[in-house]
Design a protein around this ligand. Sequence first.
Ligand code: FES
Length: 50
Amino acid sequence: MITLKINGKKIKAKEGSTILEAARAHGIEIPTLCSNEALKPYGACRLCIV
Ligand code: FES
């Protein structure tokens, strides 16, 4: 487990998870366009800024 801080809130996340996955696992919503579980991480739209 790793510890990180998002919006001033300390959260623990599984090592190897993305910031987006960690945020979602803790109920922190980050808007996305190109993120899709069926696809490999692509990072094309830059909407999520993570
Ligand atoms: S959702 Fe597109 S870059 Fe993050």
